[in-house]
Design a protein around this ligand. Sequence first.
Ligand SMILES: Cc1cc2nc3c(=O)[nH]c(=O)nc-3n(C[C@H](O)[C@H](O)[C@H](O)COP(=O)(O)OP(=O)(O)OC[C@H]3O[C@@H](n4cnc5c(N)ncnc54)[C@H](O)[C@@H]3O)c2cc1C
Length: 556
Amino acid sequence: MSAVQSVSGERKSAPQQSYDVVVVGAGFGGMYMLHRLRGLGLTARVYEQGDGVGGTWYWNRYPGARCDVESMQYSYSFSDELQQEWDWSERYAPQPEILKYANHVADRFDLRRDIQFSTRVERAAFDEAIDRWSVTTSDGMTVTAQFVVLATGCLSNARMPDIQGLSSFKGQVYHTGNWPHEPVDFTGLRVGVIGTGSSAIQSIPVIAAQAKHVTVFQRTANFSIPARNAPMTAEERQAFRKNYPEVRRVAREVARNGIYTDLPDRGALDDADNVRGARYEARWQRGGLTFMSAYNNLGLDKAANDTAADFVRAKIAEIVRDPETAQLLQPNTHPIGTKRICIDTDYFASFNRPNVTLVDIRANPIEEIVPHGVRSGGKDHEIDALVLATGFDAMTGSVAKIDIRGRNGVTLNQKWAEGPKTLLGLMTAGFPNLFIITGPGSPSVLSNMIVSIEQHVDWIADCLAYMRGHGLDTMEATQDAEEKWVAHVNEVAHTTLYPQANSWYMGANIPGKPRIFMPYIGGVGVYRQICNDVAAKGYEGFAVVGKERPRKAVAS
Ligand SMILES: Cc1cc2nc3c(=O)[nH]c(=O)nc-3n(C[C@H](O)[C@H](O)[C@H](O)COP(=O)(O)OP(=O)(O)OC[C@H]3O[C@@H](n4cnc5c(N)ncnc54)[C@H](O)[C@@H]3O)c2cc1C
């Protein structure tokens, strides 16, 4: 049992094991947080419900899973040695390689000794008498901590669809977000895939190459751009590494989405049709998410957006041979990019295979799952194995599963009943010393998330160092500043086309979830500057409280 010592230096007595900081989750967020806390000389305990590190890349082991931000950018930047020594094998690394990378980071920075695996955080309650959190875990233990950091992930709570008869299904059922650790062999099987979001789009071509037949149940067609994935040559890696200072600077400070790319200062309607078509074609051939950066107004102006959407719809019509299938695959319910845009390898071409069938469940909704199939529009589709690619209760789902109690015993779920409210996506009023990494109200899922994770972790670490340096005990968002930030997040969202889509950014994929645009869309560079300014002004908008104490030196 360790002594209890607050960050401000005061010693208090408590019966339980105690830490300066409890971190929930050991994905990229929790791992880097632990590394920074160690650097500050703080004691920390990380709890992770999985039995290994990596978060997203630990759970999402479905066939074809890979990142959609290029690996040379979808990787930590906090250690130059790390980014210089790690060799990514492909432009977009597959899941096993990203998981290997996470494990390499855990070993290289000796993180495991402070991570307790296979342990869920069930409850966290703030004790106002001693200004400490009491954290209860699935092994029945309770520890205390001055601070709690939720590194629980935005896309970590797999959403099980509520379809009648699902439990009666006789074959195996898989969720892409909670895939078995052993390889799944679909050889000779008729596979049903429900959902056509990013995970489905990545997995369908791979499953189709193995299975006897794949039936894809589509409610909403999605835009997808070819990844143009390829092995990385040593020369390509080297060129990137040499340019890392600039790549990382632009990703952090300039780009809206945390991805280094050339950013044109032109709108789509500034170019003549043939010039615009050539520009889209070049981006299509290059592949990847930067298709959406072809012009600076695709997320803002519907007429501009339509030109990009039409281009992609025409590509789908070109690739898919059966005109009826092609039409069904052409998205027309939302502007391009306002739902997470997908990156694929041969997704649309998969529908030219004789063993792939598309079922339109918008026109013919799934009525029920029967023991050997899926009934939709009065027809039974015979299925031996079912893949649920139904996504996540995004951004708030994993936080909501923890019983978090702040001041006056108010739970976070009560406070967020009408949608999440935060200041900067980092803290929420009434919950002192509770930080969220990439929380709602920050750019998070609209960005290269490792850029956003590193920014949040650094901000939190600097904040803790500040608190220690100034003899402060608690910090929390003020109600007033929080309300202004929530209003600002909404205001910015509504200057764009994003709220026009029924997306998981809005909580629209979860029945009963309040419709509110959760991420901050102002761009990671702008957002970073706002966060830096808040810190420079002594954490403006946050109430920081401490008893008079001598300053303590802090490592940074
Ligand atoms: C298939 C897929 C592909 C993606 N590709 C990209 C990409 O290319 N680029 C990009 O920027 N982003 C991508 N993302 C987003 C991805 O989630 C982030 O990039 C990043 O991995 C998130 O890291 P994290 O640590 O914040 O959260 P996570 O990786 O989700 O880790 C959170 C961890 O917290 C644990 N946890 C949650 N609740 C508890 C609890 N109560 N107790 C204990 N442990 C708990 C979870 O088990 C999980 O391991 C992708 C997401 C998915 C699902």
